[in-house]
Design a protein around this ligand. Sequence first.
Ligand code: EPU
Length: 419
Amino acid sequence: MDKLVIEGSTRLCGEVEISGAKNAALAIIPATLLINGVCTIDNVPNISDVKIYCDILKELGAVIKWNTPNELTVDTRNITSSRAPVEKTSKFRASYYLLGALLGRCGDAQVGIPGGCNLGARPIDQHIKGFEALGANVETTKGTITATASRLKGSSIYLDMVSVGATINVMLASVLAEGTTTIDNVAKEPHIVDVANFLNTMGADIRGAGTDVIKINGVKELKGNATYSVVPDQIEAGTFMIAALASKGDINIKNCVAEHLEFVTAKILEMGANVSCEGDNIHVWCNKRPSKVNIKTLPHPGFPTDLQSQIGVALSISEGTSIINESIWDSRFQYTAELNKMGAKIIAQGKSAVFEGVEKLYGCPVYATDLRAGAALIIAGIIANGTTEVYNLNHIDRGYENIEEKFRKLGAKIQRVSE
Ligand code: EPU
């Protein structure tokens, strides 16, 4: 079992380059199944979820070549199966996109019930509602979900709640459907816009991504023959912005889109950080203990749940008492028990947590309970006195490319050790 050993307490300073967005890449890779051709995808994050996705596509008949560590060429001309391997697909969440993509391409799709981080209940009823509205028959049995349709026909779909996954999945299923599909009450995250831009580059006709309503005019074929660059990862950029604040550091974050990060900028300014944006760089520096703030996580453009644990670390050492309300997931405060082992004073109950700021955290062994909790515990280890050992790195490797290398370049004393 690998662990990260971190010697604190370090002020992070220097430059960091942000990778392509995990949650965009994990939708764009299956979206290639809709193309009857070859396409190249650049700025792909080299993370374990992406590698599993590529293996799954190969098993379905796609030919995939890594041209560089961050560029892929995908040839989906000869898809031989629409039934994805159950064991691999049930390992991670984004495998649900195979349902929309394969249904759109083949009129038939099967995946294992998607797994992923344990954040509480993660139903996919809205994805299924969308597929059924397009004319598919969907069955869940013996650990698999199967969707079939003789013909998909455009329809009007109102999502009962704002869902990233359902928005993208129904969009994927509609691209080659006959006629026009309208999806109302959709998610507006930058990765939604990125997936729509990718599909449009390949020949789709999708309008309105980034607003509350997406309209898809079905086309006969997506041809490919184009290169697409994945949008920078807003959550990774936000993680480093918060790391600069929490460590009283000075970090220049390169290759990011400042408009995608306005929610973090607003909060860390309130907490006492300085932020300046120029081109695709965000510079964050801070020289005082963070101030208390209250936060409620919300769909984009609100404060994202995927940065809740990282900002929780900054609040744990802030001056005063803060409250976080988590409105997306039922169980996203598991990391607070790990921070409390390090000396934090956090009381979490249900979907709220109260952070009574302490002056200092102290290193000890801690366990990543999910991907973002893992990133938060690394920041905690960097700012703590003494040695922190972070376990369960499989969670972190799913979504952050070379994370310890990036923190090391900023001055962190962090090593990956095999036990
Ligand atoms: N929901 C339903 N029914 C559905 C779909 C969603 O009730 O059919 C509920 C969920 O239970 C949740 C809320 O709606 O309470 C929002 O869920 P959403 O569908 O937006 O989440 P997701 O698509 O499963 C993606 C990201 C998550 C991120 C959420 C919210 C991927 C692969 N995952 O999940 O990312 O937290 O959107 O922004 O894109 C992460 O990267 O660490 C991560 C967990």
